[in-house]
Ligand binder design. Structure first.
Ligand SMILES: Nc1nc2c(c(=O)[nH]1)N[C@@H](CN(C=O)c1ccc(C(=O)N[C@@H](CCC(=O)O)C(=O)O)cc1)CN2
Length: 296
């Protein structure tokens, strides 16, 4: 039997439409327009595309977009000075520094210079701590998108066994925290986990976020499980470039109950959740009620 395909593109469009409705209401009732500042350092081609799409989608939902494109040799001091200006700017409710940064810049230092209330990526150490202790945080966009899709598919996640393969600060760790907060029994596995196949086969929810093309084959998937593939890997096949996930889709789709494709699964949810987080940050900054269903 073939799994249900979770359509992240359609889901993200619904999230953006919901954000746009809230933004219009904020403008009508409060005269307030959420603003998102995105900082890109250097010319990484994939980052340029993501930043361009962030700008387009920010404007489409009616928010103000502020793009700051800096040269690859920008000094740490100049980048920190820009962040300080954005922190102090009342028109800016969300700040995002596109990753990866050029090697000479200390990403942790830069991220932790962002005002945690404006940290719409949820990467600031304060937000990491708030999420880990079950307090109101800004939640990283990709895991938030995964959570939204899982809640939509399952309703309650309570009691389900979840395995997150990957332990990055951006996806693996916050994903595990979110699943735990929704009362899943959570295992974080990684490339050095013993008998990874067996661990994966226990999962009702399997989240793959290792960054290795098609590493997880169908026979690692429990029949009927929900598979969330966070991987976005560019490979060459038959002389052509192709985008694949961390899961071997063709074999996993035969076994899983539901699965996200790559492309068109988790990826589009990342920017949709960035917009949702910017709206949330704006509401919090002005002491307004937060939009329901758009936060963890
Ligand atoms: N500061 C941040 N940097 C990065 C993040 C992030 O959340 N914050 N995530 C990624 C890149 N990213 C957004 O920034 C991102 C990645 C992928 C997609 C997406 O829609 N992917 C499509 C395929 C697109 C393609 O063809 O390349 C899909 O999966 O369908 C959106 C955003 C790293 N940096």
């Amino acid at each position: 039997m073939s799994a249900k395909i979770i359509d992240g593109k359609a889901f993200a469009a619904r999230v953006r439409a919901e954000v746009a409705t809230h933004v219009a209401r904020l403008q009508e009732t409060q005269g307030l327009t959420p603003g998102l500042a995105v900082v890109l350092v250097g010319e990484d081609p994939a980052s340029q595309v993501y930043v361009k799409n962030k700008g387009i989608q920010t404007r489409e939902v009616g928010m103000n977009s502020y793009e700051h494109k800096l040269s690859a040799d920008t000094s740490e001091a100049d980048l920190l000075a820009l962040i300080a200006r954005l922190n102090a700017d009342p028109a800016v409710h969300g700040i995002l520094v596109q990753l990866p940064l050029p090697k000479h810049l200390d990403a942790d230092l830069v991220i932790n210079a962002i005002d945690p209330a404006k940290d719409v990526d949820g990467f600031h150490i304060s937000n990491v701590g708030l999420l880990g202790t079950g307090q109101k945080a800004m939640v990283p966009c990709t895991p938030l998108g995964c959570l939204m899709m899982l809640r939509d598919h399952h309703g309650s996640l309570a009691g389900l066994t979840a395995v997150v393969v990957g332990r990055s600060n951006i996806v693996g760790k916050p994903m595990a925290q979110l699943l735990l907060a929704d009362s899943c029994t959570v295992t974080i596995a990684h490339s050095r986990t013993k008998d990874l196949a067996e661990v994966c086969r226990r999962a009702d929810i399997l989240v793959a976020a290792v960054g290795r093309p098609e590493m997880i084959p169908g026979d690692w998937v429990k029949p009927g499980a929900t598979v969330i593939d966070v991987g976005i890997n560019r490979i060459e096949r038959d002389g052509k470039g192709k985008l694949v996930g961390d899961v071997h889709f063709d074999s996993a789709v035969q076994v899983a109950g539901a699965i996200t494709p790559v492309p068109g699964g988790v990826g589009p949810m990342t920017i949709a959740c960035l917009l949702a987080n910017t709206l949330t940050a704006c509401c919090r900054a002005h002491g307004l009620a937060e939009p329901e269903g758009l936060t963890a």
